[in-house]
Design a protein around this ligand. Sequence first.
Ligand code: ADP
Ligand code: MG
Length: 699
Amino acid sequence: MFVRELKDPLICLRRKTLEKREDFKQMVTKFSSAGIINVADLLLYYPREWSDRTHIVPLKDFDKKDGKGRKITVCTMAKVIAHDWAGFGMKRSLKVHIEDKTARAVLMFWKYQEIYKRSLPVGQSFWISCKFSYNTRYGEIQSASKIVYKHIVSEDAFKKQFPIYSLVKEISQKEIESLIKLVLRQYATSIEDEIPLFLREKYGFLPKSTALMVIHSPSKSEELEKAKKTLIYEELFYLEIMIGKKFMTRKVKRKEGKVKSGLQKHLLERLPFSLTVGQSQAIKEINNDMDGTFPMARLLQGDVGSGKTLVAFLACLHAIENMGQVALMAPTDLLARQHAENAAKLLEPLGVRVAFLTGNMKAAGRTQLLKTLASGEIDLIIGTHALFSKDVVYRNLRLVVIDEQHRFGVLQRQAIMDKGGSPDLLMMSATPIPRTLAITVFGDLDVSIIRDMPPGRKPIETHLARESNEAKVYDFVRQRLAEGTQVYFVYPLIEEGEQDLKNASSMEERLAREVFPEYQTALVHSRLDDEKKRQTMEAFRKGDVHILVATSVVEVGVDVPNATCMVIEHAERFGLSALHQLRGRVGRGSAQSYCFLVYSDEYTEDARTRLMVMFENQDGFAIAEEDLKLRGPGQIMGFEQSGYVKLGMADIVRDSAVLEQSRADAFAILEKDPGLLLPENLVISTVLERCPPWEDVIF
Ligand code: ADP
Ligand code: MG
């Protein structure tokens, strides 16, 4: 059996020991309320970490911190020197005084005192693993965590890696350990391997049952590493097999033929500039895909300001000249509207029929619009996710473009594909997705990357400024305004809130009245109604408004090249990717641009790191890598929230090398043997058939 097939409920376990039936039942009930119901659940409940008792940590080091800033666990051979008591009556606790070669300390016992007293007699030597802290009242170093000790002199049995589980629902470490031991005793021999033998031999992996046994019981460091490697590889291997299969099925769908005309060329001729190398390369790849036999699924990556919109428009034209319709989806109203305006300017003169659809359109107008869309009188429709509401019907949807795709969840992408006709899909992202994530989350996508910027761009000058120096920043901004450029001011809050932070609404008033009375200011945030937003942005774009005060709504996509100053107040409150996106609103023309990160004195260590990263880096890829280090992968991609894949032991960032190896292996196997029919691959098809991992995930 494969582990995931071991569905016997825990209550059916055979027990040798004389535990009372009732106690056992109670324990099993606790487990099931924590979601651990059967044998498979339990075996796959991997330890959170391992307590390393392989190195001596003497008592005198009790106050040191480990690499992650957590209090260190003392791990030493100690000797009992005395017993006494603290407190009285029922509340009294046993104090066992101990010492090792470096210091003295006290073990505190609140329960089972007689037992401990007997098993730790004065003069006894034993190994101990425990956290300690200094108790100022008694002037003693006292035990500060559950004490693990062994009366053994054999170093060998103690110096191992001990599993530690995340404890849930009042289940104790001991209970988990005892139950797992029981399960392994009974089931270990029936656990089948899931990694094909030739790969297991190639990498020297352990058999599955051994690997499970090792990670669930105290073991030597080398064994544990081997077991972890085995399980991590297995997990990522199947992930890539699933992705690989999806990749292959996409490559077998056919599409109808095409008609050629020269819309793309016309647009390029009308532009006042030529494409960058990155843009040309990207559109070449996109054209190729769209002319090909299979629907395109391509991710276009490029740093903020690299000119992805233009590439998207060219792709739209390609679909339209092939008689198809295009839907272009943006995450915010503001951005969708900007795209619609640009499309009207650039594409309508070429005869493209452009429309704009948002969620809060009036019923009558909406019905009319949907009718023309359904009858094929609209070539390009631009909007938010409203584009894929149930009642929106396309005549012949050929291409779907998703801007700032990282803002959309997996499910929304599925809704789009469900509009039928297997349209080409182009996703764009300015949040550079580190390669390891890209190949996992978007494992079946092709990727184009624009690495260059339009010519003439100067690096944005970034300055860090204390809040107390903001007057200087304002003076600097005044000079820029005098030169005729425009400015953004960004705040973390819309209005006055519970937190004592500057907010966009009050600051707009203040900037308008006190600081820059001679200039026109305006306010934009997510709670304004659509028409107001549109007017404001239009006025800013036209240059009628000089200072735009905003929240992070301007974070994505907004493109006003004449704006060259970005002032972010309470910059310590923003995440790295937001800061990078916000800074990307300037530096879009050939003039020198500036970004001021104004921070107040109350910042965390992390915030300080973020500000320094921004100060030192311009490149979005570098910033994304830093972000990944600071936050871990889940939060960055909405990766965990989207329920895309749940990994047990593997971590796609930490294990990126294994991920790439397993991907290479999986794809090589599928290429050679797409049906997984060869004897050596039989185990893979059997696993997929009998208990596919991530069964409920859309790949
Ligand atoms: P992003 O990749 O962040 O979406 P945009 O598509 O908004 O970037 O482009 C940023 C700006 O660069 C726009 O004002 C656009 O007109 C301009 N631009 C795009 N391509 C070029 C080019 N090849 N040469 C000069 N400017 C360009
Ligand atoms: Mg953009």
